[in-house]
Structures are given as structure tokens and as C-alpha cells.
Design a binder for this molecule. Structure first.
Ligand code: FES
Ligand SMILES: [Fe+2]
Length: 389
């Protein structure tokens, strides 16, 4: 399909009937248990998917000032996002060049990062500044001992890294994904919220679940409740559904007006609801009429993942004197709903681990679950995954 932002920044993309690939609707089943439990499949995913694709690590405005840093764990190890003294953004492998201790934790502002092991110190541009005692080492060259840079690109203030130097660029990976959300002006938003949830389930379950509204009436009966959605025809590396509601879905109390106004200039489709998206392989951005939040999934093992929930609002809302009070219901909703999801997925993980597990028929409302399974299966290769769907 064609999708282009018009000169006014409006997206012409409209929901399409979902097109099944592979087995037809009514025959397509969910994946076999090994898809969620096998170490061999997990290893294949690591090699062919996670270390070859763009990984979202946070917002550029999380390191807004010169000499600030943010430590982020990724599938490829600890990463350091920094803004140097000249305001330039960098991503480095977060370990000391002496003997590999993790250099920084959390986030903060420093002129230099001092290794807690033997006190080598590094600038926020990655350069080695001091290495106590190393002047006695013949030919020791500070310039050769800088932090190891990681390939990094940004879209609308969202920062991604890629461990594969030869992978296509981020914009090529996303295709027309950004067009759909042009009028949300995410580049003008500010990060305000983050929480990490440990989940005893396979990484794919978290993302599959995030892309279907079938479960909402039961899993979220006490929070968001039943939702209905329409599916957009994604491109190679993204999928999107829109939960239909003219009021933001980012707060639970629908009896009162939303705390914040709608983003000015939202296009007609954007005003109709909240987009839940999947930008393969591991990031869900959610675009509501008044904010953007995300679920970023970090695979740890076949049966363990970390779910990072983050959120941002337009800059002008964040500058309101009572912002924290107005935003609290959003923070509550983001965390509560994510914990409800993690809870049911831990039960799903237990179920699919049964030696008697047989995949069930997919519902039409599991359409993106089906798409995602195909996306993964195509990339890990049949050798690593030879049970049919
Ligand atoms: S490991 Fe960092 S100074 Fe030794
Ligand atoms: Fe959910």
C-alpha cells in the first residue's frame, strides 16, 4: 500500500483488512511450545535477529544536558548513552577498557566517568583521560584505549543502536512507519517516566500480547477493560493496530475529562484512537492522542525477559506547573496494565512448557500474533526451527 505524509504532515494511511500469510485463517495455529522454551531457538534469535537489528535504548532527552549519561542493559550487554561536553550524543559499550568492569550504572551528570575497579577515567566522549600508574607501561597510548563506540541512530528523539555494522540504516528498517505518527510530533516530546518489570516468559509473548486487544476484557477487566482495534497493513518491519477510542486510552478513569488536551494538529486518523505498534524486533511504541509510551522488551533467556515501560508527553505539558499531579494517572495506568500483562504471560509460559502442549487455533483477533511468528520464523531459518506452525 502507499502511505505518504501530505504537505501538512497528515498521513494518508488507513486501516486495511488484515491479509493472512502462510496457513489460511481458520487453519493457522499458534507456535509450538519450543518456540517459547527452546535454548536453540533462543540462540538462533540472538544471532539472526537481536544482534542484527535496531534496538531502542531510550530517548535523546534522557541525556539532555552536556556531560550526562544513561546506562542501559541490552541483549548485547551493558550500553552507555552519553552526551559529551560539546552536546554530541554517543553510544558506547559500557565497560572499562582496562579489565572490563561495568563503567557506569543508572544515570547522571559527570565531567568524567571513573571506573570503580582501578580508577581509569573516561570523558563523556569516550576518550580515556587518566589511567593511574600506566605511565610505566611502555608504549601505552591513551588514544587507543577509548570506550568502544556502538552504531547509533535516532528517529524523532528515539535512540536506537545496532550491533551489526552492515545492517540497513534505521530509516530503511522503519520504512513508512513514521508517516502514521507524523502529527503526534514525538520529536517535541519529553521523557518523564520509566519502570522495569521482570517477566518469567519468552520475549515474543510480551510483544505478541501487546499487539492484540482480544485479551483486554479479561486480563485488564479491572483496568482498561474491553477494547476493540483495527489493524494497519504494516511493511516488512512493523505492525500496527489502533484501539478505537476518541478519548485517550492512557488513563483509566473515563468518567472525567482527560487530564491533558489532545495534541494540537493531530490528523483525522490519529484522533480516532491509540496506535499500538510493533517495530521489529523488540519495541512497541504506543501513540495516544495526548502522549507516547513504550514497552521495550529485552530477552534474557528462553523463559526470562525484562520489560521496560517508558513514557513521554509534549514539552508544553511537561512544563505545566501541575504536570506531576496531572500525569500521575498515566504513570499508574502504564505500570498497572503492564504488570497485568506480565502476570498472564507467566501463566502462558508455564502452559506452553507442558510436554503435552499442542498449539491452538488462532483467532482473527490474533492476526498480528500470526504475523510476528512468521517474521521471526523467516529470520531464524528452518534448520533451527523445523516444527511447522
Ligand atoms: S577494570 Fe576499570 S580500571 Fe581496572
Ligand atoms: Fe494487555
Amino acid at each position: 500500500m502507499t502511505c505518504a505524509a501530505t504537505s501538512e504532515g497528515h498521513c494518508t494511511q488507513t486501516p486495511q483488512p488484515y491479509v493472512w500469510t502462510g496457513k489460511p485463517l481458520g487453519e493457522a495455529r499458534s507456535a509450538p511450545g519450543s518456540f517459547y522454551t527452546s535454548q536453540a531457538i533462543f540462540d538462533a534469535e540472538m544471532a539472526h535477529i537481536h544482534l542484527k537489528n535496531w534496538i531502542f535504548i531510550g530517548r535523546a532527552d534522557q541525556v539532555a544536558e552536556p556531560n550526562t549519561y544513561l546506562a542501559v542493559d541490552t541483549v548485547g550487554g551493558p550500553v552507555l548513552l552519553t552526551r559529551d561536553q560539546h552536546g554530541e550524543l554517543h553510544a558506547f559499550a559500557n565497560y572499562c577498557r582496562h579489565r572490563g568492569a561495568q563503567l557506569a550504572e543508572g544515570a547522571g551528570r559527570r565531567q568524567r566517568l571513573v571506573c570503580p575497579y582501578h580508577a581509569w577515567s573516561f570523558g563523556l566522549d569516550g576518550s580515556l583521560l587518566r589511567a593511574p600508574g600506566m605511565e610505566e607501561v611502555p608504549h601505552f597510548d591513551h588514544a587507543k584505549e577509548s570506550l568502544i563506540p556502538i552504531r547509533m541512530e535516532q528517529w524523532a528523539g528515539n535512540v536506537f543502536i545496532n550491533y551489526d555494522e552492515s545492517a540497513p540504516g534505521l530509516m530503511a528498517h522503519m520504512g513508512n512507519f513514521p508517516d502514521l505518527f507524523a502529527t503526534h510530533r514525538v520529536e517535541d516530546m519529553r521523557w518523564v517516566f520509566g519502570v522495569e518489570i521482570q517477566a518469567a516468559c519468552n520475549w515474543k509473548m510480551l510483544l505478541e500480547n501487546a499487539m492484540e486487544s482480544y485479551h483486554t476484557a479479561t486480563v485488564h477487566a479491572r483496568t482498561v477493560g474491553a477494547q476493540t482495534s483495527v489493524t494497519f497493513q504494516g511493511e516488512d518491519n512493523w505492525a500496527a493496530i489502533q484501539v478505537q477510542s476518541t478519548m485517550t486510552t492512557a488513563v483509566l478513569d473515563k468518567s472525567a475529562p482527560a487530564p491533558f488536551p489532545q495534541i494540537e494538529g493531530l490528523d483525522e486518523q490519529a484522533r480516532k484512537g491509540t496506535y499500538f505498534t510493533l517495530l521489529y524486533p523488540t519495541i512497541q511504541f504506543v501513540f495516544a492522542q495526548d502522549c507516547m509510551w513504550w514497552l521495550a522488551v529485552r530477552p534474557v533467556s528462553p523463559e526470562r525477559s525484562v520489560l521496560s515501560v517508558g513514557g513521554c508527553f509534549p514539552k508544553e505539558y511537561v512544563e505545566m506547573p501541575n504536570f506531576q499531579e496531572l500525569a500521575q494517572p498515566y504513570f499508574t495506568r502504564w505500570e498497572a496494565v503492564a504488570r497485568e500483562d506480565a502476570g498472564i504471560l507467566e501463566r502462558q509460559q508455564k502452559g506452553v512448557s507442558s510436554v503435552l502442549f499442542k498449539p491452538g487455533l488462532l483467532s482473527p483477533r490474533d492476526d498480528v500474533v500470526h504475523t510476528m511468528g512468521e517474521w521471526v520464523r523467516q529470520r531464524i531459518g528452518i534448520a533451527a526451527y523445523n516444527e511447522p506452525f
